[in-house]
Design a protein around this ligand. Structure first.
Ligand code: TMP
Ligand code: ZN
Length: 406
């Protein structure tokens, strides 16, 4: 089911240091039906590379298991579309309008549909999840169903020989073979091709103690420095870096081929240094223990008072919290979610059922743990009826806190 990785994915160093251990966990997005078996458990441990500052999991779970029936679908929230607007403007500032676009990890095609309507074209997706490619096709988006690398790039090149923009949103952290990605980019690029890699901002993740974003699909916790190391000796370099506030902080790392001589000054600061250090990782690991303890204690205390508690948002983060805290159905009675593909299934590693969000007002629990805390404002506004009826949210990060009013 998994294998250990011995060397750094970015720079090849074998001197990796263990910095955070979440024990053995089920696969965070494997929401199985009551009748289905699950794939099992794998260690969840982060190793830090002092040479290039990349954080990476000690194991790589077989992608065929992780991605064959992938249930994560790109959020269609207003917040996500505002983000699309922003990244589209930033990319077009570099590439111009009417650029052809390939998205690596295109999921159900949500971004590509948006891109087609906002000045990109033609577009094409690459994603290993056949079920999502099927969905994308219904929206009119073609997807090459493969992990991105030279073979996938060759398939794209059959109908889009050279591509103006290659976008990889939150996908670099999912892929083990980064050299393969670079080789694929070589196949698809012309001298002015822009490559845009959006990744979570590890510095912010550490500062905000977002340990719940660490699960088996997220193999890497990138820094710009680690990408600079990765690109050493290739045809590519880091051209520009932008920061976004979405989901606790993201970086857009833009690459250009080495023929492109101008480099944006935004890269300079990252080259000088990074705030992502071994000490920061270890400090976060300790704080995460306190955060888990604070939620466990709050749930136990509320139960002792006879209160009922559910979860809100069956995100992968919810799986990490639930399993790291050892919660069972007696602790969290159910978790609500809006995603049809998740409803009727169990939270991985438990018998906690996922139910339709409408159940919140039917079952009226006293408390709902907000596992989709990254949508805090939106969720508070959307659930006025629950709050007005006396319901309360528990926000688990950075330490458990009860929120009663929008
Ligand atoms: P994400 O943080 O990975 O996007 O996952 C969020 C999960 O929470 C996803 O399964 C959808 C769910 N969700 C709700 O159930 N209700 C909501 O209002 C929002 C914003 C998300
Ligand atoms: Zn390294």
């Amino acid at each position: 089911m998994y294998r250990y990785r011995e060397s750094c994915r970015a720079c090849g160093s074998k001197e990796l240091v263990p910095v955070l251990n979440l024990g053995v966990q089920p696969l965070a997005n494997e929401f199985v039906l009551p009748s289905e078996p699950h794939s099992g458990y794998a260690p969840l441990e982060v190793m830090f590379c002092p040479r290039c500052t990349l954080g990476q999991l000690s194991v790589v779970v077989d992608p065929a298991i992780l991605y064959s029936e992938y249930r994560y679908v790109t959020s269609q929230s207003e917040m996500m579309f505002r983000h699309f607007e922003k990244i589209t403007a930033d990319i077009q500032r570099e590439s111009g309008k009417d650029s052809s676009l390939v998205e690596i990890g295109s999921n159900d095609g949500t971004f590509l549909v948006y891109a087609l309507h906002h000045g990109f074209g033609p577009v094409c997706g690459v994603d290993p999840a056949a079920n999502l490619a099927q969905l994308a096709l219904q929206y009119g988006i073609n997807t090459v169903v493969r992990q991105f690398g030279t073979p996938a790039a060759a398939l794209v090149a059959e109908f889009m020989p050279k591509v103006d923009v290659v976008l990889a949103r939150h996908v670099f952290c999912h892929i083990d073979d980064w050299r393969g990605i670079i080789c694929g980019l070589d196949v698809l690029s012309h001298k002015d091709t822009l490559v845009c890699i959006e990744v979570p901002d590890t510095e912010k993740m550490l500062a905000n103690v977002e340990f719940d974003t660490i699960y088996h699909e997220h193999l890497s916790y990138l820094t710009v420095r680690s990408v600079i190391e990765l690109l050493n000796g290739t045809n590519w370099h880091v051209h520009k870096v932008l920061r976004y506030s979405i989901h606790g902080g993201a970086l857009m790392i833009m690459l250009r081929r080495n023929e492109w001589k101008e480099r944006d000054s935004s890269v300079d600061a990252f080259e000088i240094g990074t705030l992502v250090t071994e000490e920061k990782w270890k400090a976060m690991a300790l704080t995460a223990v306190v955060a888990r303890y604070s939620l466990q204690k709050m749930v136990a205390d509320l139960h002792a008072e006879g209160k009922t508690i559910c979860g809100y948002g069956a995100s992968a983060k919810s799986t990490v919290w639930v399993n790291a805290c050892g919660f069972r159905k007696d602790d969290i009675a159910f978790i609500t979610d809006t995603t049809p593909q998740k409803i009727g299934r169990f939270t991985p590693g438990t018998k906690i059922p996922i139910v339709d969000e409408a159940e919140l007002l039917v079952r009226k629990p006293d408390y709902a743990v907000m596992f989709a805390w990254n949508y805090f404002q939106f969720i508070m506004q959307k659930n006025k009826a629950f709050l007005d009826g006396g319901g309360k949210f528990i926000v688990p990060v950075p330490t458990a806190k009860i929120v009663e009013h929008a």
